[in-house]
Write a protein that binds this ligand. Structure first.
Ligand code: BG6
Length: 496
């Protein structure tokens, strides 16, 4: 009997598709989406007929668009840019000038898509959210939404629960829920999926994954970058809406959810939703104690001097937008009652790092010299970037006659252990959307629950009138962030 090979069971070549990229000349398309698509092409993972149609307001010819895409892919991919493969990818690229609000402009799009109704049709909305309504209405009006169509929505999905609901209502008027792919690119990161493998592929960790065994959890997403060219967007958004509402809460969900019955999309999303709904609300009084917001001032990152947030082009001189958030979250369930989850994110911090740190309880009684608290507890560090690894700190005997304990790390470095090709987050998520796999995308009720937890924090901040605390670029945020965790007897991982 012949056994099908692994690649036959999981064909790498994506089904034929037309991907319509609204915001096709924008930052996300140029920096992330087109390089990700080119990578899938150059690894032979695209069907012969697959097309990418950039759509934007600019008056570009197809050649000009292709040249723009090439320049961006070259910069982004560096040595990995494969010049030989480029012409093949360029042949898939099209460009259409469309004003998203002008009905007449959609006729050309319909014409280009015509005759390929049975092929997967993906509308990727990488535009300002206030265009989502027009785009959905006009696509529906133009008859461009086929049963094989899907819509991919890039964050931010609104600015609060009410606006997110409005967007979701509009999108629902043209697309059914199973056709809607709400992207959170953190879920596409390889290590996040490895967290699922670690938790539910091993019998070892799950019994320890709870109160009584876990002392506390930290989730840090630190960036050295400032707001760059996105000040317009960022100044109206801030770190709470830009990062915590989505990326950090999604990491929290994957980390804290109950074991789903299967890896099917709704099984996983049901469990994530329960975590969001079990978060203890942070209202006015709690916000003072359990949240810290900051805004960077001029400083030095590494050896490079950088300006302050208020000096960035496009930022209002009296802006009270936060570029840093630290907060303590609590999940009110039997599994997690009393276990603090500390979340922290910010721009212009000393390192570019994203990691989850789970610290376990101390031994109840030490049979060695010293007290239990003189021995560092076990700690699991799941590093998402810049490198991808999992490290478990255990105590071992230090060589020599005396019985001395020393902390050592058991490490799993993914790049070392698996030589296979690794997908970047957008390569994976675009592939999943084309293949119809919703597991790593957010459902409408999840987005809503996340906003409902975030909105009162935002409201409390608006009400207190204090504004964010300043911190020097190149430091780990305001000292109040260290105080927030120190109050409970802990300190941030990596911060001395
Ligand atoms: C985006 C935010 O969602 O994530 C950006 O809008 C942030 O402000 C980015 O810089 C971080 O993503 P990554 O993958 O570079 O950590």
């Amino acid at each position: 009997m012949s056994v099908p090979s692994a690649s036959a069971l999981h064909p790498r070549v994506l089904p034929d598709f037309d991907l319509v990229l609204f915001g096709g000349t924008g930052d996300l398309a140029m920096r992330k989406l087109l390089p990700a698509l080119f990578n899938r092409h150059r690894h032979g993972e695209m069907a012969a007929g697959a097309r990418v149609i950039g759509v934007a307001r600019g008056a570009l010819t197809r050649d000009e668009y292709t040249a723009l895409a090439e320049a961006s892919c070259r910069t982004r991919l560096g040595d990995e840019f494969d010049a030989e493969q480029w012409p093949g990818f360029a042949a898939r690229l099209h460009y259409l000038r469309v004003d998203a609000t002008a009905r007449a402009d959609y006729a050309a799009l319909s014409a280009l898509l015509g005759g390929r109704e049975s092929v997967v049709r993906l509308f990727f909305l990488s535009t300002a959210p206030d265009l989502f309504t027009s785009i959905c209405c006009e696509l529906a009006h133009a008859g461009a939404v086929t049963p094989a169509s899907r819509i991919v929505l890039e964050k931010p999905l609104g600015t609060d629960a009410a606006s997110a609901n409005k967007i979701n209502e509009t999108v629902a008027s043209a697309f059914r829920e199973h056709q809607i792919y709400r992207i959170d690119h953190y879920l596409g990161k390889e290590t996040v999926q490895n967290l699922l493998a670690l938790r539910f592929g091993n019998a070892l960790f799950e019994p320890l994954w709870r109160r009584g065994q876990v002392s506390h959890v930290q989730i840090t997403v630190a960036e050295q970058l400032g707001v760059g060219s996105r000040a317009d967007f960022y100044d109206d958004t801030g770190a709470l809406r830009d990062m915590v509402q989505n990326h950090l809460l999604q990491l929290l969900c994957i980390l804290a959810m109950e074991p789903p019955a299967s890896s099917a999309a709704d099984a996983v999303r049901d469990e994530k939703l329960k975590v969001l709904r079990a978060l203890r609300p942070i209202g006015d009084a709690e916000a003072v104690v359990n949240t810290v917001r900051g805004q960077y001032r001029a400083g030095v990152i590494g050896t490079t001097p950088v300006g302050g947030y208020l000096d960035e082009e496009g930022v209002a001189p009296d802006s009270a937008t936060e570029t840093f958030v630290a907060l303590k979250a609590q999940i009110e369930t039997w599994r997690w009652a009393g276990v603090p989850f500390y979340l922290r994110t910010g721009k212009r911090l000393p390192e570019q790092v994203a990691e989850i740190v789970i610290t376990f309880e101390e031994v109840p009684h030490s049979i060695f010299d010293g007290t239990p608290s003189s021995q560092p507890p076990n700690r699991l560090v799941i590093r998402l970037q810049p490198d991808e690894n999992i490290t478990l700190r255990i105590l071992a005997k230090s060589p020599g006659e005396a019985m001395r304990l020393k902390a050592v790390d058991l490490s799993l470095d993914f790049a070392e252990s698996f030589k296979a090709r690794r997908f970047d987050a957008y390569e994976r998520l675009l592939g999943d959307a084309i293949q119809g796999n919703l597991t790593l995308f957010m459902r409408r009720d999840e987005v809503d629950a996340a906003w409902r937890w975030i909105d009162p924090i935002r409201a409390a901040w608006d009400a207190d009138g204090d504004g964010p605390r300043p911190y020097t670029a190149g430091t780990w945020g305001p000292s109040a962030a260290s105080a927030l965790i120190a109050r409970d007897g802990f300190s941030w991982h990596g911060e001395l």
